[in-house]
Design a binder for this molecule. Structure first.
Ligand code: ATP
Ligand code: MG
Length: 582
């Protein structure tokens, strides 16, 4: 491809709204352009990257036995009413009416559609298992679209859905998908971790996220630092080894006046003790249905004063369908005191406490009275609570799997998610088959997503320098950029043109910078665009019968004899592509 004929609109500055590296660079290097908030056009370079990722995804999905389909983006509301998600999905769902007034939506995910297809055409155990996938633009009206294509409203996803006669078979496919995802992200050249993930309302432990490690990531993950242990989990999921119970204190409980001292810092400062000597009590409203206004009983949850409560864990521990912090008035009603003075002693609502709280010798807690706290409160003696794992895991926590290592904390970008669904959709939507036993059974399902456009952005978060993007070879828009440094010079032009032809004939993807620009600006654009190999043809090196070859990662270029350059490039490209496959 000749740069002079390509649409690669590089910019000196990114728009002010671009805060994240990948967003800045995708805009500056001419890969994407914004159409509306969270909605982007992929320009030629951007589309080439996305196509590369899609091709890797396709190859590995096909290899794992999945079949590609393409479902419509416009979905009639009936299917989503059947599954209950037309109501439950909330404002992220883009709904519209057709000319006849019928309700439709743009698919944010396609469980309902695929279940409808399968229930119509699959009737017997002989037709199972089935694993169907598509690569398609999804629409989610995200409350805070940000970071360019990292969290867009319209974005490209690979979504796969598998159907099985029994759970064991589904688990085998789950494992094949897990392995396929490892292969996909390895081939994309990314440093990532597969981590145990929250399964939301479904329960069970069979869900993994694939997280690209990057300091700008939104997700917090922990991984065991022991070399022989592979435990890694989203902090929402990471199990914490229950603390050993301390010998209970003997001192009797005592109420202390603490006027105006509400926060952990204020109370620990007031008593002159560390935050870890306190236990905080938070009041939540569970199972509230905003549609009907029904439900919404209160519960109290406790963690040690220096810890953070993890709402995903609390939700699982309570088996609650919804969970939110109670409002001030509700807290007052439940505790008899203004916010800031809640405690477990004598509380009328049920109390769940983190293991660590119940292991304390004594604690300082709110007195359920305005301007008062209790000290020498002994768990088990002064209050009763259900024990649960409630706190956010932190670096240094003991590993629950191997018992030897400790957690290290990382930030991650979720690029993929595999999920054992069970009968969540198939039961509601009556997706059944006739078993070998001649009886009707509900199909067991798994679902498996990859954010294709997000993967491109995540790759940049992990691979860049001040000058621009540093693409892994497998997903770079081109493998080589060929710079003609003095296109006005007859020799330089001739050699550049020949090299362009030869490289293309050798099957190498080349972006040929034939523009009438100064060498400096060509080098700058080449760095920004981030193509892995750069060959520069210039008067100086040509005089020695050589051209200059540089890897985007390296500082210095090396001279390569003209006669050897095509073979050298072929070997380097092949070597880098092979690296991710091992
Ligand atoms: P998140 O927690 O980041 O919102 P999710 O759990 O809603 O993600 P899934 O429903 O599992 O995501 O979707 C599958 C994949 O699609 C995700 O792993 C992610 O890579 C990608 N994805 C989800 N939402 C977006 C978005 N708004 N923009 C780009 N990619 C997305
Ligand atoms: Mg989401």
């Amino acid at each position: 491809m000749r740069y002079s004929q390509a649409l690669i609109p590089t910019l000196k500055e990114a728009p002010a709204e671009a805060q994240v590296v990948s967003h800045v660079m995708l805009v500056r290097a001419g890969y994407i352009r914004k159409l509306a908030a969270g909605i982007y056009t992929l320009l030629p370079l951007g589309w080439r990257v996305v196509r590369k990722i899609e091709e890797i995804v396709r190859e590995e999905m096909n290899r794992a036995g999945a079949q590609e389909v393409l479902m419509p983006a416009a979905v009639p509301a009936e299917l989503w009413q059947e599954s209950g998600r037309w109501q439950a999905y909330g404002a992220e769902l883009l709904r519209f009416k057709d000319r006849k007034g019928a309700d439709f939506l743009i698919g944010p995910t396609h469980e309902e559609v695929i279940v409808d297809i399968v229930r119509r055409d699959v009737k017997s155990y002989r037709q199972l298992p089935l694993n169907l996938y598509q690569i398609q633009a999804k629409f989610r009206d995200e409350p805070r679209p940000r970071a360019g294509v990292m969290r867009g409203r319209e974005f490209i996803m690979k979504d796969a859905y598998s159907f099985h006669a029994d759970e064991d078979d589904c688990k085998r496919t789950y494992q094949r998908m897990y392995d396929a995802y490892l292969a996909i992200f390895r081939r994309c050249g990314l440093a990532f971790r597969a981590v145990e993930a929250d399964t939301g309302n479904i329960g069970g432990t069979l869900s993994h996220e694939f997280q690209v490690l990057a300091t700008s990531g939104e997700d917090n993950i922990v991984a065991c630092d022991h070399e022989a242990c592979s435990y890694a989990a989203n902090v929402e999921m990471a199990q914490i080894v229950p603390a050993e119970k301390a010998t209970p204190a003997a001192a009797p409980r005592e109420q202390v006046a603490t006027p105006g001292q509400r926060t952990i810092e204020e109370v620990s400062g007031f008593f002159g003790v560390p935050a870890a000597a306190l236990a905080k009590t938070l009041v939540y409203r569970r199972d509230f249905d905003p549609e009907t206004g029904k439900g919404g009983t209160l519960v109290a949850a406790m963690v040690r004063g220096d810890r953070e409560l993890n709402e995903a864990k609390l939700k699982r521990a309570l088996d609650a369908s919804t969970l939110e912090l109670a409002g001030d008035a509700e807290v007052e009603r439940a505790t008899g005191a203004p916010v800031g003075f809640a405690g477990p002693v004598g509380l009328v609502v049920p109390v769940v406490a983190d293991h660590e709280v119940l292991a304390m010798a004594e604690a300082i807690v709110g007195a359920n009275a305005a301007d008062g706290h209790l000290r020498h409160v002994v768990p088990g003696r002064d209050f009763q609570a259900t024990a649960a794992d409630l706190r956010v895991a932190v670096e240094g926590d003991a590993c629950p799997r191997c018992g030897k290592g400790h957690f290290k904390a990382y930030r991650g970008i979720e690029v993929g998610h595999v999920f054992f669904l069970g009968t969540r959709y198939s039961k509601k939507m009556h997706c059944v088959f006739l078993g070998e036993d001649g009886k009707e059974h509900v199909m067991i399902m798994g679902c498996y997503g990859i954010g294709v456009t997000r993967t491109a952005a995540a790759a940049i978060e992990q691979n860049h320098d001040e000058g621009g993007i540093v693409w892994p070879m497998a997903i770079a828009p081109y493998q080589v950029t060929l710079l003609s440094l003095q296109p006005g010079d007859a020799d330089v032009r001739r050699v550049s043109e020949e090299l362009h032809e030869k490289l293309e004939a050798a099957g190498i993807e080349v972006l040929y910078d034939d523009r009438d620009e100064r060498p400096g600006s060509k080098f700058k654009d080449a760095d920004l665009v981030g193509i892995p190999l750069r060959v520069a043809v210039g008067k100086k090196s040509l005089a020695e019968g050589a051209v200059e070859l540089k890897h985007r990662r390296d500082k210095e270029a090396t001279k390569v004899p003209l006669a050897e350059i095509v073979a050298t490039i072929e070997a380097k490209v092949a070597e880098e592509l092979a690296r991710g496959r091992t």
